[in-house]
Design a protein around this ligand. Structure first.
Ligand code: PEP
Length: 273
C-alpha cells in the first residue's frame, strides 16, 4: 500500500450563501465522519471544504464545534496579493490564520475572470507561505486537443513561471515545499464541462511536475468534472494506486451525497488489500 496522503477538496465557488454552506458542511461532515469511522480514520487522508469568503468562519466554526472527529478542514478559495492594510475589500492571507490552514491559488476562474497573471499567482503564493498557510496551486492547460507531451510542457512552464514569480516576491521553492505546497492539475477544458481529462493525462502531468521540480513527494491532485461515478478511477486500487494524490471537486461537491461518495471511493483506495 502506498504511504502517500490522499486529499479531497470541495470548491464551492460563489454558488451558495453562507447559511446554505453551513447546512451543506453539516451534511458532508455527517457522511464523511461515518465513512472515516468505518475505515478507522486513516491519517493519510484529508478532506477540505472551500466555502466562499463569507462562509469560511461559520463553516470552520461548525466543523470544530460539532464535528471535530470528522477531521474536516476548511480552505480559502483565494487570498489577496496585498498585505494587511489600507486595501479596501481585500482578504490578506494573514487574516486567514486560525481559520483556513490552506489557500487555493491561481484557479483558472481567477486567471480568466480577474486577469491573474503568473506574476500575481506567484505573489499570492509568497503571501500565503509568509502567513504560514499551505498553498494549493492550480495549474491547467486550455488545449483540449493537444498531445500529452504538449500539455505536460505547458503545465510545467506555467508552474515554473509561478515559482519564479514567488521567488521574486521573496519565497523560494524550498519554502513553498516546506509550507506544504499541493499542486492541482485542472485543465480549463474539463472544468464544469462534464468532460474530465483521462487518468493517463493527469498522471503524465503529475509525473512531469514532480520530475521538473525534482520533488517526487509533491502531492498532485486532479480537478475537472469529477463525479461519484468516475471517482474510483482516479485512485486505482490499494495495491496499484495511480500517481495522483487526490481530487479538487467543484460541481459535484455542492451535493453532499455525491461528494461523500467521492470521499468513500478515495478511502477505498487507501484501505489495506
Ligand atoms: C473546479 O472549478 O475547480 C472544478 C474542479 O470544477 P468541476 O468539478 O465542476 O469541474
Amino acid at each position: 500500500m502506498s504511504s502517500r496522503q490522499i486529499t479531497i477538496i470541495a470548491n464551492w465557488k460563489a454558488n451558495l450563501p453562507p447559511s446554505e454552506e453551513v447546512a451543506l458542511a453539516k451534511e458532508i461532515a455527517e457522511g464523511v465522519g461515518g465513512a472515516l469511522q468505518a475505515t478507522g480514520s486513516p491519517s493519510s487522508f484529508r478532506v477540505l471544504l472551500a466555502p466562499s469568503a463569507l462562509g469560511l468562519v461559520p463553516v470552520a466554526s461548525l466543523l470544530r464545534r460539532e464535528y471535530p472527529q470528522a477531521g474536516i478542514e476548511v480552505a480559502a478559495q483565494d487570498s489577496s496579493l496585498s498585505s494587511a492594510g489600507a486595501f479596501t475589500g481585500e482578504i490578506p492571507a494573514v487574516h486567514l490564520v486560525g481559520i483556513a490552514p490552506a489557500v487555493i491559488v491561481g484557479h483558472s476562474e481567477r486567471r480568466r475572470d480577474h486577469g491573474e497573471s503568473d506574476e500575481v499567482v506567484g505573489g499570492k503564493l509568497a503571501r500565503v507561505v509568509a502567513a504560514g498557510l499551505a498553498p494549493i496551486l492550480c495549474l491547467g492547460d486550455d488545449l483540449p486537443e493537444a498531445e500529452i507531451a504538449t500539455r505536460v510542457a505547458y503545465v510545467e512552464a506555467q508552474c515554473a513561471a509561478a515559482f519564479a514569480a514567488a521567488e521574486r516576491a521573496g519565497c523560494s521553492a524550498d519554502q513553498l515545499f516546506a509550507a506544504g505546497l499541493v499542486a492541482a492539475y485542472e485543465p480549463v477544458w474539463a472544468i464544469g464541462t462534464g468532460n474530465p481529462a483521462s487518468v493517463e493525462i493527469a498522471e503524465a502531468i503529475a509525473s512531469g511536475l514532480r520530475s521538473a521540480l525534482h520533488r517526487n513527494e509533491l502531492p498532485v491532485l486532479y480537478g475537472g468534472s469529477v463525479d461519484a461515478a468516475s471517482a474510483p478511477t482516479w485512485f486505482g486500487t490499494p495495491t496499484r494506486r495511480t500517481a495522483l494524490d487526490g481530487l479538487l471537486v467543484g460541481g459535484a461537491s455542492l451535493h453532499a451525497d455525491r461528494f461523500v461518495a467521492i470521499v468513500r471511493a478515495a478511502l477505498a483506495a487507501t484501505e489495506p488489500a
